[in-house]
Design a protein around this ligand. Structure first.
Ligand code: ZN
Ligand code: ZN
Length: 350
């Protein structure tokens, strides 16, 4: 059973995933390896549905039953979950350490039956189906009141942590709000307390009025931006121009717009940087379940928070300095990155 642990000094939760336990020899020079599977052996390719746990959700065309080919997007539980469903948290203290059961969920969204088509390559109509699958699964997981946060992310390339090359995203539900998410939520709430405005809406207005040198593209209701304080070269954030705190509450038109904006952002990176490894992370509002002892804790969430997607190319290594300080050294100013990305010629009509 996975376990969550927290010590009093760093105040960070860590998942100790015993089911994924490895011997020292299994961990040697693990980075840079990506299973070079051919479609015949790939558990995510059509025809190999029996190699994954039974599906949780799928979008199919025409016939074909569950766990058979014919799907366009398929969601399955992770075979080696970092967190699992249990009936209770089992919060406990061990001296001044905190512990709880590794309650959560870990799912894989197989984005397409095609072993080699990335989100950047798929038609935006297909990207919309992937977004649909994200929303359906996140909504389902939000019904579980143990799950405080639902994290959606995507690793592309071995250097970004992808262990299987077939394009897929992952969804992990956690029983706590992760530290990085909490920091953002609290900053947004403090700003709202002070000004009664959304900090993200204000940021977008400011970027647009400052001359737009960090804006890569503005289209379909979205802004693709190289953040002022980018940690990584060519880091991008996709912001909705409309205010919405919760990704899963997008309407039909907003989903279509996102499919196009996301594909275009990823395609610009792919064309400019020769298909770089990257991580993509959705930042959205937490599950607004009532917090015992903290009534009204999320009272202003729908006004103060604003979902967005971060895309973090992994062209530089996080090394000792970054671990020691929390500072990142970024050799490409975001203004330069935005200029290069704006200059990428995208094919007509996408
Ligand atoms: Zn495959
Ligand atoms: Zn906003």
């Amino acid at each position: 059973m996975p376990e969550l642990r927290r010590g009093p000094i760093t105040d960070r939760w860590v998942i100790i995933a015993v089911e994924r336990a490895k011997r020292p020899s299994d961990l040697l020079s693990q980075d840079e390896k990506e299973a070079p599977l051919e479609p015949a052996e790939c558990p995510f390719c059509p025809g190999n549905e029996a190699k994954t746990p039974p599906e949780l959700f799928a979008i199919r065309e025409g016939g074909g039953g569950a766990n058979t080919p014919g799907w366009r997007v398929r969601v399955v539980p992770n075979k080696f979950p970092a967190l699992e469903a249990y009936g209770e948290l089992g919060r406990a203290g061990i001296g001044f350490f905190d512990r709880m059961k590794g309650v959560g969920a870990h799912e894989v969204v197989i984005e397409s039956p095609d072993h080699r088509s990335e989100l950047a390559d798929l038609p935006s109509e297909h990207v919309r189906l992937v977004i649909e699958a994200y929303i359906q699964r996140m909504r389902e997981l939000m019904r579980n009141h143990w799950f405080r946060y639902i994290l959606l992310f995507r690793n592309h390339g071995a250097a970004a942590g992808a262990s299987l090359s077939h394009p897929h995203s992952q969804i992990i539900a956690t029983p706590i709000i992760p530290r990085n998410v909490r920091d953002r939520l609290e900053a947004a709430r403090r700003y709202y307390d002070d000004k009664e405005r959304c900090i993200f809406c204000d940021l977008l207005i400011q970027e647009l009025t400052l001359g737009g040198e960090r804006i890569v593209e503005e289209s379909d209701g979205y802004i693709i931006l190289a953040p002022y304080d980018s940690r990584f070269p060519f880091e991008l954030t996709v912001f909705p121009k409309y205010h919405l705190h919760d990704f899963t509450q997008m309407n039909e038109g907003q989903r279509q717009g996102l499919a196009r904006a996301l594909k275009r952002a990823l395609l610009r990176l792919k064309l400019l940087l020769n298909d770089p490894p990257f991580n993509m992370v959705l930042q959205t509002s937490p599950n607004p379940v009532p917090r015992p002892g903290k009534p009204g804790y999320w009272a202003t969430l729908q006004y103060d928070y604003h979902w967005h997607i971060e895309i973090l190319p992994r062209l530089t290594r996080v090394a000792g300095f970054e671990w020691g300080t929390g500072f990142y050294i970024n050799p490409v100013p975001p203004e330069e990155a935005a200029k290069y990305l704006r200059g990428v010629k995208l094919p007509e009509g996408i």
